[in-house]
Design a protein around this ligand. Structure first.
Ligand SMILES: [Zn+2]
Ligand SMILES: [Zn+2]
Length: 360
C-alpha cells in the first residue's frame, strides 16, 4: 500500500494520468494517451515475500518476516526510472505508454486482478513488455527467448479420505496414510510415462498432512502441490492423469480422493519479433556482454496474463555477482543483486519503449 502510494505520487509528478486501486493496490500510469500511435504496456511488479531477511545491509527490510527476496523492489525502481526517462520526451511521443505497477505476482494472481479492473482497456495495448532481474545469471547477461520462456503453473490439492481407527487394528480401517503414500509414488509416473519425451512438465507434491498422534490411524490426509507446463495440451493431459491416479489409487486402497486445481498462471510465450527486438536493443546497452536467445525456466510469472492476446516479450536481466556474494537464488533469505543490473534493465526497457513510440 505504501509502495503503491509512492509510485502513484511519482507518476503523477511526471505528469501522467494515474489510476490507483487497480486490482487492489495496483497502479497504472498513462503517458501520451492523447497521441496518435501504438500503445505499449510496460509492467513492473512490486510485491515482497513472507521470508525473514538474513542480509546485513543498510537497506535491509524493515518489515519483520517480509523481504524483497525476488527483486521486485528492483523492478519498481526500474519502472519509475523508465517512467522518468520517457516523461522527459513527452512532447515527442508518437504513441502512448502504459506503466503498470502490479501487486501480488507471487502466487496472488495480481495480473488477472488488474486486468479484471481494466488494466488492458482504454487504451488497449498493442504491445506488452516485462522484465525480471535474474540471479541465475551474472551481471552483463540478458536473455530474451522467442516462444515459450516461462512455464505455466497450476496448484492442486486433494483430501484422501478413509476410515480411521486404532493403529493396532489397521484391518478395521481404510488407511489414508498408506493410500497417500502410494499416490505420491504413482504421481511420479505422470511426467515420466504420460508426457511426450520432447515436451516437458513438472509435477511436485509439496504438502502431505495427516494425523496428529502415534496410535491413531487418521480419517484423512491432505496432499497438495503444483504442476508446471509450457503447452496447454500438456497441462490438460497432466491434470487428467493426476485426477485418475488420485481417484483410482485411493479407491484401490479403500479410500476416496478428488483433485482440485487452482486457477494458476499461463505460460509466458514471447512474440518472435518482440524477442528479436529485445535481443537487438540489448546488445547496444552499456554493460551488456552476453545476449541469450535460449533461456527457459520452469518458474512461473503472471506476466503471461498480459500477453494472452497481445504480442510482447518478457526478458530477464542477469543480476548476480559471485565475487561480491550477490548470487543467492531468488526467494533465498540472503537474496540480493548487483545494482548495476538496475541500470541495464531501465536502459533496455526505455529503449524498447522508445523504439515503439519515439521517432528516430
Ligand atoms: Zn519470485
Ligand atoms: Zn519474481
Amino acid at each position: 500500500m505504501r509502495t503503491a502510494s509512492i509510485v502513484a505520487r511519482q507518476l503523477g509528478e511526471l505528469g501522467m494520468e494515474v489510476h490507483t486501486g487497480v486490482g487492489k493496490t495496483g497502479v497504472v500510469g498513462l503517458l501520451g494517451a492523447e497521441r496518435p500511435g501504438p500503445t505499449v504496456l510496460l509492467r513492473f511488479d512490486m510485491d515482497a515475500l513472507p521470508i525473514q531477511e538474513e542480509n546485513d545491509t543498510d537497506y535491509v527490510s524493515t518489515q519483520p518476516g517480509v523481504m524483497h527476496a525476488c527483486g521486485h523492489d528492483g523492478h519498481t525502481a526500474i519502472g519509475l526510472t523508465v517512467a522518468g526517462m520517457l516523461a522527459q520526451q513527452h512532447e515527442r511521443l508518437r504513441g502512448a505508454l502504459k506503466f503498470v505497477f502490479q501487486p501480488a505476482e507471487e502466487g496472488g494472481c495480481g495480473a488477472a486482478a488488474m486486468i479484471a479492473d481494466g488494466a488492458l482497456r482504454e487504451p488497449r495495448p498493442d504491445f506488452a513488455f516485462g522484465l525480471h532481474l535474474w540471479n541465475e545469471r551474472p551481471f552483463g547477461w540478458v536473455g530474451a527467448t522467442e516462444g515459450e520462456m516461462l512455464a505455466g503453473s497450476c496448484d492442486w490439492e486433494c483430501v484422501v479420505s478413509g476410515d480411521g481407527g486404532h493403529a493396532a487394528s489397521p484391518h478395521q480401517t481404510h488407511d489414508p496414510v498408506v493410500a497417500a503414500a502410494h499416490i505420491v509414488v504413482a504421481l511420479q509416473t505422470v511426467v515420466s510415462r504420460n508426457v511426450p519425451p520432447l515436451e516437458s512438465a513438472v509435477v511436485s507434491v509439496t504438502q502431505i498432512n495427516g494425523g496428529d498422534t502415534y496410535n491413531v490411524i487418521p480419517g484423512e490426509v491432505r496432499l497438495a502441490g503444483t504442476l508446471r507446463f509450457f503447452r496447454n495440451a500438456v497441462c490438460d493431459r497432466v491434470k487428467r492423469r493426476i485426477t485418475q491416479i488420485l481417484e483410482n489409487v485411493a479407491s484401490a486402497m479403500g479410500c476416496r480422493a478428488e483433485a482440485t486445481f487452482g486457477s494458476g498462471y499461463r505460460p509466458v510465450v514471447n512474440d518472435a519479433d518482440a524477442a528479436l527486438l529485445v535481443q537487438e536493443l540489448a546488445r547496444r546497452v552499456p554493460g551488456v556482454t552476453a545476449v541469450a536467445d535460449d533461456e527457459r525456466t520452469a518458474g512461473s510469472e503472471d506476466f503471461g496474463e498480459f500477453m494472452a492476446d497481445i504480442p510482447g516479450c518478457f526478458f530477464v536481466v542477469g543480476s548476480a555477482n559471485g565475487e561480491r556474494g550477490l548470487d543467492y537464488p531468488h526467494h533465498h533469505p540472503r537474496f540480493d543483486f548487483d545494482e548495476r543490473s538496475l541500470t541495464v534493465g531501465a536502459t533496455l526497457m526505455a529503449s524498447v519503449a522508445a523504439h515503439h513510440v519515439l521517432p528516430d
